[in-house]
Design a binder for this molecule. Structure first.
Ligand SMILES: [Zn+2]
Length: 139
């Protein structure tokens, strides 16, 4: 079996495994004022303006509550097959992110609990299975 490759390793990592598959950890950051953000950056805190060493990397759980969803039926990029569903998720650790709903997910509605996992989205030239973050209803 070919190894798996993460599409965006700067944004998330596969922490460990359980029965449902790889547990995803998001690569966020925390300011010394307590503000938590995603993704990790050192340019500045949105709350207090501190930057550089005041901001340190931290792992965030890929669990949260759905705030909104929208399905794209026609995309300007012909290489981006539609339909796909964009979801806005309030992570339990604080940040609000916009991400993609898993293709095999049941329909979602605001207020539902959702969680992220690594889903196979295709293969690269080396034959590796490429994994990317997708959210679906929390089991
Ligand atoms: Zn701050």
């Amino acid at each position: 079996m070919q190894p798996n490759k993460l599409l965006k390793p700067g944004l998330y990592s596969a922490a460990s495994h359980d029965q449902a598959g790889a547990i995803v950890r998001l690569k966020g950051g925390r300011c010394r004022c307590g503000y938590v953000f995603f993704p990790m950056q050192t340019y500045g805190c949105e709350r207090c303006g501190s930057h550089g060493d005041a901001l340190t990397p931290c792992e965030l759980s890929a669990k949260g509550t759905l705030l909104a969803e929208a399905t794209v039926h026609l995309h300007a990029d012909k290489n981006r097959p539609a339909p796909f569903t964009i979801v806005k998720v309030a992570l339990d650790d604080g940040p609000v992110i916009r991400t993609l709903l898993a293709e095999d997910s049941a329909p979602v509605a605001p207020g539902q609990r959702v969680s992220g996992r690594l889903a196979a989205i295709g293969q690269n030239e080396s034959g590796e299975t490429v994994l990317d973050l997708r959210f679906s209803i929390a089991s």
